[in-house]
Design a protein around this ligand. Structure first.
Ligand SMILES: CSC[C@H]1O[C@@H](n2cnc3c(O)ncnc32)[C@H](O)[C@@H]1O
Ligand code: ZN
Length: 437
């Protein structure tokens, strides 16, 4: 028996991002509860009665975007310190500001980030920060899908104190959020330069024991590579290989400074990579050799990083930058074509997080994480190739509807379940304490 259709999204070009890359010109998607139940021509799918209908008005219906690397609550620090290299930016500005954080501020900053993500078409994000219990609660309240993990490092954390307590905190997160429909817990050591070898191996053991993602900043700058080589006689990737930490549950964020051996290792161990081009450009970290990683079959998703090194959470502009940056750096306009970049922001991002069984494409049986892009705009008219527009011309503000797990979170640019005025007022109040520090 056909289940009752709770939500019908119809009258648009459906970019399924499924294994056949199906594009349905005049298509529709039916949703029952949290699950996609039909995808096809509107003449067939839209025939069934639905409780709620979203008319895509000839625009694009596509999977929600997947942000594989964020520090969501850093929305509170947007524009606080710009135009600096990574270490000066972190040590002189960001770490002192983060010392003022508590779980309430992180909750408020994450809600602000969730509002920005929903309004710009992101339906799933992977977060590393402090007070991640508050991040998980904020993501759940906002209705977004999220992979969250408490940052682990050698020095005392403003949240949990010593690293032993950090592991306890992570274990509590794992227990508390087990089976949640939206939230997946990850184990998240910051980086090889802030984590001792014992911390890294223990983190990897916990992730393996629970079948969870392990998330780390890796090989972000030349300075990191020099530092790790000096301390351990290996590149950061080689160091993790020596420790037995590389594996298909590892999400390595940035991966800017890699040699051929590093890239071979990442490929051989099926490590997943989060590519963060705008953050890498802004902090002048360099250009990740993504085209070489893709040639080796390395699954690579796209991430914004925290929006204070970006300075936004808009994955549409991130796609545009990713496509163009590599063309410029390799003097080759054929690399990172629109189709490749679109996959990175959707299905490959989901695969990088181990969530491709439930999100990242529009397929029957997957969770309904779907967005609608309104193309009735001067900058989107005419439209020859939807993928081209999505990567090179669409901005986050062209998203007209966002659905996560079958729930409509935004429609006609209005957040359905969030008090945006209050969220912005709370963030502005917190900014006053940061300003007066
Ligand atoms: C406490 S969670 C993460 C920690 O990392 C800091 N951070 C933000 N962006 C970056 C980056 O690009 N590389 C390394 N560390 C980064 C953030 O401010 C937090 O302190
Ligand atoms: Zn980061």
């Amino acid at each position: 028996m056909t289940p009752q259709t709770d939500l019908l999204i119809t009258n648009g070009i459906v970019m399924t991002m499924d294994p056949d890359d199906r594009v349905i010109q005049h298509g529709a998607v039916a949703v029952s509860a949290d699950t996609i139940t039909a995808v096809g021509p509107a003449t067939e799918v839209a025939r069934r009665p639905a409780r709620t209908t979203i008319d895509a008005a000839g625009g694009i219906i596509m999977p929600g975007l997947v942000n594989t690397h964020t520090h969501a609550a850093m929305s509170l620090f947007r524009g606080l310190a710009d135009d600096l290299p990574l270490m000066d930016w972190l040590n002189d500005h960001i770490f002192p500001a983060e010392a003022l954080l508590d779980k309430h501020k992180v909750h408020a900053g994450t809600l602000l980030a969730c509002a920005e993500m929903i309004l710009s078409g992101t339906t799933c994000f992977c977060d590393m920060y402090l007070f991640e219990e508050a991040v998980a609660r904020a993501a759940r309240a906002a209705g977004l899908r999220a992979v969250v993990g408490e940052v682990l490092y050698d020095f005392p954390s403003p949240n949990y104190g010593t690293i032993e307590k950090g592991f306890d905190y992570t274990r509590r997160l794992i227990d508390a959020w087990h089976g949640d429909p939206l939230i997946t817990i990850a184990v998240e050591p910051h980086s090889p330069y802030l984590c001792a070898p014992e911390l890294l191996t223990e983190a990897a053991d916990i992730a393996r024991e629970h079948g969870l993602p392990l998330v780390i900043h890796l090989s972000e700058t030349r300075r990191e590579v020099a530092d790790i080589r000096k301390r351990y006689g290996a590149t950061p990737v080689g160091h993790l290989a020596n420790l037995g930490v590389l594996g298909d549950n590892l999400l390595a964020c940035h991966c800017v400074v890699l040699d051929d051996t590093d890239m071979d290792l990442l490929g051989q161990h099926d490590v997943r990579v989060s590519h963060n081009p705008e953050s890498n450009m802004k902090l002048a970290s360099g250009v990740s050799p993504v085209a070489d990683l893709l040639e080796r079959g390395v699954c690579t998703g796209l991430g914004t990083d925290g929006c204070s090194s970006n300075n936004n959470l808009d994955l549409f502009t991130e796609m545009d930058m990713a496509a163009k940056l590599h063309k410029a750096s390799r003097l080759d306009p054929t690399v990172m074509n629109a189709a490749t970049v679109l996959r990175m922001a959707t299905i490959d991002g989901a695969r990088a997080l181990g969530l491709d069984g439930i999100t990242g494409s529009i397929e029957t049986g997957k969770k309904a994480d779907i967005i609608v892009v309104d193309t009735r705009k001067p900058h989107l008219t005419p439209m020859y190739h939807p993928a081209s527009h999505l990567v090179y011309s669409v901005g986050g503000s062209d998203v007209s509807a966002t659905v996560v797990n079958g729930r409509v979170l935004m429609k006609d640019r209005r957040l359905m379940h969030m008090d945006l005025e209050k969220i912005m007022a709370d963030a502005s109040r917190i900014a006053e304490t940061i300003r007066s520090r």
